[in-house]
Design a protein around this ligand. Structure first.
Ligand SMILES: *[C@@H]1O[C@H](CO)[C@@H](O)[C@H](O)[C@H]1NC(C)=O
Ligand SMILES: *[C@@H]1O[C@H](CO)[C@@H](O)[C@H](O)[C@H]1NC(C)=O
Ligand SMILES: *[C@@H]1O[C@H](CO)[C@@H](O)[C@H](O)[C@H]1NC(C)=O
Ligand SMILES: *[C@@H]1O[C@H](CO)[C@@H](O)[C@H](O)[C@H]1NC(C)=O
Ligand SMILES: *[C@@H]1O[C@H](CO)[C@@H](O)[C@H](O)[C@H]1NC(C)=O
Ligand SMILES: *[C@@H]1O[C@H](CO)[C@@H](O)[C@H](O)[C@H]1NC(C)=O
Ligand SMILES: *[C@@H]1O[C@H](CO)[C@@H](O)[C@H](O)[C@H]1NC(C)=O
Ligand SMILES: *[C@@H]1O[C@H](CO)[C@@H](O)[C@H](O)[C@H]1NC(C)=O
Ligand SMILES: *[C@@H]1O[C@H](CO)[C@@H](O)[C@H](O)[C@H]1NC(C)=O
Ligand SMILES: *[C@@H]1O[C@H](CO)[C@@H](O)[C@H](O)[C@H]1NC(C)=O
Length: 876
């Protein structure tokens, strides 16, 4: 009796338990060395009281029968089954590592007949004792008939089930029967031999606590249309769970001295929580439930303490392995935890998880994600991440919040995406998990079509619909005036919500389709020139569309992958160095509508077409130079930085200072796009680089022209080294950076590496930057003589010895063979002297490093002028 009261008191004063927070994370159940029920269990039932309905009794018997996991044939029920629930109990094992039984049956049953019962505990105990010796009992005001004798054995649970009609007579010793909804008491079946009887009761007086778990906003109605019976089942099953794991008081109980069991540890989740437990709702029948049994029954059961997740659970929690799961369907969903109708989860997910999924669909252009449900506590570091790649968190969106204030939609560009979920060491009960759905999209933005014929469309996998929120265009590039035929083979798009529009050019709408089109209704269109097909969706209620196209005369692809550079010259300001500094604005064309710009009176629009390959005229380590054409036919060169860190500002400054020199490339202006920075616009040099000319058309560059080029470039270097304060070093004098105009005038360009010299040149120790320019110029002279560059500019071993250098530059056999060796003695001597100057430039400084012996540019210029005189003098 004492034990009963103690249990009664304990349960009664445990108010809201357990609401586990981080500091309670150490709570767990421990095994105390006693017995647990590992053999198949029978539950013998003593139905006490009047007005039992057969349907209610059947629901209870079915619940017991449904506890055996192996009786279920359908796996993966969306709703936890009572079998799943029992699996949570089966994680408890005895000292020999044998787990709780996996089989539960209904055993003997006794039925009461008679008037309404007024019970005392003594009366119940007396009746309980009698069923072990008789199958037919009377004498307590009514009759009891049993199907068989209650047998005393270790694998039976004896259970008294009270009907709602039983009243408990008040009295001190009746407290537990009145205040509790379930409990147990000992019964002496023979001298000195006690067995334990469990009991459970439904609500008996309006408002008593045995109905309390049916509440909350989501609750619709009792699963079996009888609130009293449906709550009784929950209490009975919880008692059974307790009996199998702790039959003798020394099984699995809490480690905190309160002797809570697998089910009493979770009692408040069953009955105390304001909002009630999360529920599944059947809106049609207007019932709520949280577990299903066999034969179509639904139940509301209490949570069980799950040691693995250290929290209360309805079924074993999913844990994820270390493997990345790969999904290869175009649509699907991922989830962690159990979610109920995407509004409310059932139980917390497992702690210390790191789960990863990869979603991959080869032809996808992007993958879109929608968060259907999210209950992920952030204070413990739990989070869901959607990533572009699986390396690090660089390209990830992190989703983490219980507040409901998070982005629900994410797009990942490309054919694959990664999802990662992590949970911390402790998971609060509110952290019930998440669910997201993904779907692959098969078009993204604009697609240009240059082929003559083929198939276009939005083609998902068979049986899958498209994605909402699409806005895609296909442009068939036919030449102006030529026939473009579009013959649709399939159109299934959501009528009046999603549209497929056909345009002549990009502005004039010719047709607009929506809905499902059948064979003969499928449109066949004859159009001309450029045709655009736009597909926009607000729903995902359709499969997409496809069409065969034929372009009688398609535009050449290379001409059309154009980057349109629109340059606005806003102001023309003369500066001291007599060059116009022009401010240009740069706009990259995205669509027809974004090119509109404000033009005012004194601005001039230059629209230059720049093409990726065809118009590329040069490329350096940090920039690409394109040829561009203004609307009035003037060619220009646009130097486009490869990244925003290139040195354009300094380059610009230097070029403005040097712009008066006829042999230095002229800066026309600059453009800015705010992304990569400044684009420098130069005069266009019709014959391209010296390097290209020497290589391709060497024969056209005769000795006279080459000598002139050498002199012109030396003069440009002279301007940099001598006439500017502080002096400037070019840093990259090569034949690639020397450009020729139509008249073979040479101009020095490629100022990307140019910089102010650290000394003004008065220092006897010549600044090495200048020496390097001289050295490079020497190599350039060699190239002019030989017609080809030295194999390796940086290999100073070429010039280690005078013999080696003489070998390279010495005799006539080293001259460009494509040109005739001059016959006149003076010309030969002039070329030899040019070789000497080259040697002087290269040799005396032993490569880079700048010795005092290195000639200054002034010396070089005067030396070259002597060469010129000699070359053009008339010898006798
Ligand atoms: C108990 O048995 C289970 C499964 O049979 C096994 O995974 C586990 O390691 C065992 N535990 C011990 C302590 O032997
Ligand atoms: C039980 O008590 C009620 C009144 O509380 C009474 O009407 C009824 O007759 C009693 N039944 C028995 C079997 O004593
Ligand atoms: C109990 O059963 C006996 C016979 O088994 C019968 O005589 C008696 O009337 C029954 N009592 C009630 C209250 O039904
Ligand atoms: C235990 O007793 C019940 C009846 O109370 C019976 O159905 C069951 O078969 C018995 N089990 C064992 C193992 O004897
Ligand atoms: C379903 O049950 C709820 C609560 O019990 C009630 O408010 C609602 O009106 C019922 N709906 C229907 C369609 O019966
Ligand atoms: C889930 O919720 C939606 C709307 O809240 C409802 O239309 C649907 O019937 C529900 N489904 C189930 C299985 O309860
Ligand atoms: C097609 O027409 C509908 C109105 O009938 C319009 O709402 C929709 O924007 C049009 N679609 C396109 C792509 O122009
Ligand atoms: C389509 O546009 C072109 C000019 O861009 C025009 O010549 C042609 O007539 C247009 N076709 C139709 C059917 O309007
Ligand atoms: C489209 O052009 C083809 C070939 O020129 C022709 O056979 C067909 O009849 C035309 N269809 C329509 C709808 O104009
Ligand atoms: C149109 O697409 C939907 C899928 O979004 C599909 O259910 C439906 O059967 C399709 N209709 C036809 C006629 O193919």
């Amino acid at each position: 009796m004492m034990g009963v009261l103690l249990t009664a008191l304990l349960l009664y004063i445990l108010p809201q338990f357990p609401r586990l927070y981080a500091d309670e994370g150490s709570f767990s159940l421990v095994y105390n060395g006693g017995k647990i029920m590992t053999q198949p269990v029978t539950v013998s039932l003593l139905w006490l009281g009047t007005e039992w309905q057969e349907s209610g009794q059947q629901a209870i018997r079915n619940a017991i029968f449904s506890l055996t996991p192996s009786r279920y044939h359908v796996k993966d029920s969306e709703v936890p089954t009572l079998g799943n629930w029992w699996e949570t109990i089966r994680q408890y094992r005895d000292g020999s590592n044998v787990s709780v039984t996996d089989r539960v049956d209904v055993g003997a049953e006794c039925f009461y007949k008679g008037p309404q019962l007024n019970m005392t505990l003594d009366l119940v105990t007396g009746i309980g004792r009698s069923v072990f010796s008789k199958t037919s009992i009377d004498g307590f005001g009514g009759n009891l008939t049993c199907t068989q004798l209650f047998e005393v054995n270790d694998s039976t649970i004896y259970h008294v089930v009270f009907s709602p009609m039983v009243t408990f007579l008040s009295g001190k010793e009746q407290m537990e029967l009145m205040f509790l909804c379930s409990g147990n008491f000992p019964v002496e079946v023979s001298a000195g031999k006690n067995v334990k009887m469990a009991w459970a009761r439904p609500q008996q007086t309006p408002g008593d606590q045995c109905l309390t778990f049916f509440q909350g906003d989501y609750y619709r109605g009792p699963p079996n249309d009888d609130e009293k019976i449906d709550s009784l089942v929950g209490f009975m099953l919880a008692k059974i769970a307790e009996e199998v794991t702790n039959p003798d008081g020394r099984g699995w109980i809490s480690n905190d001295g309160s002797d809570r069991t697998v089910s009493s540890s979770c009692v408040s989740i069953f009955m105390g929580d304001e909002a009630g437990p999360p529920l599944f709702n059947d809106m049609e029948r207007n019932v709520s439930f949280n577990a299903v049994g066999l034969n179509g029954y639904r139940y509301m059961v209490q949570y069980i303490w799950d040691q693995k997740i250290r929290n209360c659970a309805l079924q074993p929690s999913e844990t994820c392995g270390t493997n990345v799961l790969t999904f290869k369907q175009p649509k699907g969903y991922l989830k962690i935890g159990t979610t109920v109708n995407q509004t409310n989860g059932l139980q917390p997910y497992s702690p210390n998880q790191k789960c990863r999924w990869k979603i991959q669909y080869p032809t996808a252009k992007f993958i879109s994600f929608t968060i259907n449900y999210l209950s992920v506590a952030e204070n413990t570091g739990d989070q869901v991440m959607i990533c572009q790649s699986d390396s690090g968190s660089a390209q990830c969106s992190t989703i983490q919040s219980n507040a409901g204030n998070f982005d629900k939609n994410f797009n990942v560009i490309g054919s694959k995406a990664y999802v990662e979920f992590t949970s911390g060491d402790h998971v609060s009960f509110e952290s019930r998990g998440w669910e997201l759905s993904y779907s692959a999209g098969f078009c993204n933005g604009k697609e240009d079509v240059y082929d003559q014929e083929g198939v276009i469309g939005y083609k998902s996998a068979v049986g899958y619909s498209y994605v909402e929120g699409l806005s895609c265009q296909w442009v068939l590039h036919g030449k102006p005036g030529t026939l473009v035929t579009l013959s649709f083979t399939h159109i299934n798009i959501s009528k009046d919500f999603d549209f497929l529009a056909i345009y002549n050019g990009t502005m004039l709408q010719m047709a607009n389709f929506s809905g499902i089109y059948w064979r003969s209704d499928l449109p066949l269109m004859n159009l001309t020139g450029e045709v655009m097909i736009a597909f926009a969706t607000q729903t995902d209620k359709g499969e997409g569309w496809s069409a065969n196209f034929y372009i009688s005369s398609p535009v050449d692809r290379s001409k059309k992958t154009l980057l349109i550079v629109a340059i606005v010259i806003l102001a023309v300001v003369g500066i001291s160095l007599s060059i116009a500094l022009i401010t240009l604005a740069f706009v990259r064309r995205r669509s027809k509508h974004t090119t509109r710009m404000d033009l005012n009176e004194n601005s001039l629009l230059i629209r230059a077409e720049v093409n990726g390959e065809e118009n590329k005229i040069g490329e350096g380590p940090s920039s690409i130079v394109y040829r561009a054409e203004s609307t009035d036919g003037i060619s220009m060169a646009i130097k486009s930085p490869k990244d925003s860190t290139s040195q354009t500002k300094l380059e610009e400054e230097i070029l403005i200072k040097t712009s008066s020199h006829p042999n230095i490339i002229s800066l026309v202006g600059y453009a800015e796009d705010g992304i990569r920075g400044r684009y420098l616009v130069f005069e266009f040099m019709g014959r391209g680089s010296l390097s290209w000319n020497l290589n391709e058309t060497g024969g056209k560059l005769d000795w006279e022209k080459r000598l002139e080029i050498a002199i012109q470039i030396s003069s440009a270097i002279q301007m940099l080294h001598m006439y500017l304060k502080p002096p400037i070093s070019h840093g990259n004098i090569t034949s690639e950076n020397i450009l020729l105009d139509e008249c073979y005038n040479a101009k020095l360009g490629g100022f990307g590496a140019a910089n102010y010299c650290t000394s003004d040149g008065t220092n006897p120790e010549m600044p090495s930057e200048m020496a390097e320019d001289i050295w490079s110029f020497g190599l350039l002279l060699v190239e002019l003589l030989r017609g080809e560059p030295l194999v390796n500019r940086n290999a100073s071993e070429f010039f280690e010895s005078l013999e080696k250098m003489n070998k390279l530059l010495g005799g006539q056999e080293c001259l460009d063979l494509r040109l005739g060796i001059p016959e006149e003695e003076c010309k030969i001597r002039a070329l030899a002297k040019l070789g000497e100057i080259a040697k002087w430039c290269i040799g005396s400084s032993q490569g880079v490093g700048g010795g005092v012996n290195s000639p200054k540019i002034g010396d070089v210029v005067s030396g070259l002028n002597q060469v010129k005189q000699l070359f053009f003098s008339v010898s006798g």
